[in-house]
Ligand binder design. Structure first.
Ligand code: HEM
Length: 417
């Protein structure tokens, strides 16, 4: 509630030293202070990529993404019927392809990075733009906890993060320069880069940071949620059956498509219950009160850091029966609106609410629906208790390994609606 009613006072971000370096001192939507720059760039990303109109333009990309992952799973079963499949690899590759296309207008197989004097493969680009910065964001600078010692140098931490920043900036610049050649030839595409260049309001550093932001944010959280949902469905055959029957009833011989989502309450319940139990951001990125305010009856002086602990809220026994249990049924009550994205606050709230919630929901729900429609999922032995997490978001430490079998129904006959 406070995130909405007190947004004016508590919507600025408090960044660790590592995040300040990684985000070029608040030059991106998610880390900027609440103010004119934040309003402008949030409008940009919603208008050109993540808002509902923009998402309609990217529909074909999402459909292809899910079709490609399903095809990989089919060929895995065909080639190695005894092996458990690893969903993470094809999902990660397809999400990255989608994020590059939305941000730059084109998928990229490799790029020559002049500043590093090196040709980089797609895998290397992924590591430099996504994996390394995620790990860098976890760098702990003891000065974050003792701000009055800010003047004491901590060179090893700074140099480590600066190296990550230099590499991701060089690669993003090289990717942007490639696309500028396309634009110079008069070939414009509906994508974030072309939109930002046409607005002509940003410095080069801001442009580079915003393009990188669109790539890194799209490449991770949706995978985290979908992988945990498939883990739980494989662990709970009754829930999986219930979902399969709902899909058969609603979709018949058609493939699950985005149009079906409002008619699939159990699928939506699976998505929300997964967000509740495994919020990709268990603590909302830190904020601070930039003016004196009141929260829950307490006086909060300006400058106070504010951490909103979603994990604790979503595991609170007062609000949820058996919070440790994964029970999608809890989201089926008549007073729950299936398309309400904010029940668990996993996407935050108020003016800083997640800009990518619609894309995340469309991809994750359609993917879960298609995966269950086409295959029966069963956990590999020993996977039941494999629930450790790692990284900035609640990544499953070990990728999900599950046995899948094609459903008895002839899905070669599945039609797109
Ligand atoms: C299941 C998937 C996702 C979850 C759980 C999630 C969660 C969050 C959370 C908790 C915040 C902070 C909100 C606050 O401070 O109140 C946030 C912000 C943001 N997210 Fe997401 N996110 C997801 C997917 C995405 C995707 C796919 C994108 C982009 C492609 C994205 C882009 C953003 C942006 C730009 C912000 C900053 C908004 C602002 O500061 O105004 N998110 N997200």
């Amino acid at each position: 509630m406070a995130m909405v009613t007190r947004f004016n006072s508590i919507s600025s971000r408090k960044l660790s030293n590592a995040l300040t370096l990684l985000t070029s001192n608040k030059s991106m939507v998610a880390t900027s202070d609440y103010g004119e720059f934040h309003k402008m760039v949030k409008r940009y990303i919603l208008t050109s990529v993540l808002g509902s109109n923009a998402q309609k333009r990217y529909r074909g990309l999402r459909d292809t993404m899910i079709k490609n992952i399903v095809n990989v799973l089919h060929s895995e079963i065909k080639n190695n019927p005894q092996n458990a499949v690893n969903l993470r690899e094809p999902f990660k590759a397809e999400l990255f392809r989608l994020s590059l296309t939305e941000a730059l207008g084109k998928d990229v197989e490799s790029v020559y990075v002049e500043e590093l004097g090196q040709e980089m493969s797609k895998k290397e680009i992924f590591n430099v733009l996504v994996m390394d910065p995620m790990m860098g964001a976890l760098e702990v600078d003891w000065r974050d906890f003792f701000p009055y010692l800010r003047w004491v140098p901590n060179r090893s931490m700074e140099m480590k993060v600066q190296r990550i920043v230099a590499r991701k900036t060089a690669v993003t610049r090289a990717l942007i320069n490639e696309q500028k050649k396309r634009i110079a030839l008069g070939e414009e595409i509906n994508c974030y880069l072309d939109f930002l260049l046409s607005e002509n309001t940003l410095t080069e550093e801001q442009l580079t940071t915003l393009i990188w932001e669109a790539i890194i944010e799209a490449s991770d959280t949706t995978l985290v949620t979908t992988e945990w949902a498939m883990y739980e469905l494989a662990r709970h055959p009754k829930c999986q059956d219930r979902l399969y029957h709902e899909i058969r009833e609603v979709c018949g011989s058609e493939m699950v498509m985005e149009e079906h989502l409002p008619q699939l309450p159990y699928l939506n319940a699976v998505f929300h219950e997964t967000l509740r139990k495994y919020s990709p951001a268990p603590i909302v990125p830190l904020r601070y009160a930039h003016e004196d305010t009141q929260l829950g009856g307490y006086d909060i002086p300006a400058g106070t850091p504010i951490a909103i602990n979603l994990y604790a809220c979503n595991m609170n026994q007062k609000d949820w029966d058996d919070p440790e249990e994964w029970k999608p049924e809890r989201f089926l009550s008549s007073n729950f609106e299936p398309m309400d994205l904010y029940k668990t606050m996993a996407f935050g709230a108020g003016k800083r609410v997640c800009a990518g919630s619609l894309q995340a929901m469309l991809i994750s729900c359609t993917a879960i629906g298609r995966f269950v429609q086409e295959f029966e999922w069963r956990l590999k032995e020993g996977e039941e208790d494999d629930i450790d997490t790692v990284q900035l978001t609640t990544h499953k430490l070990q990728p999900l390994h599950a046995y899948i079998t094609t459903r008895a129904m002839d899905h070669s006959g599945l039609q797109s609606s």
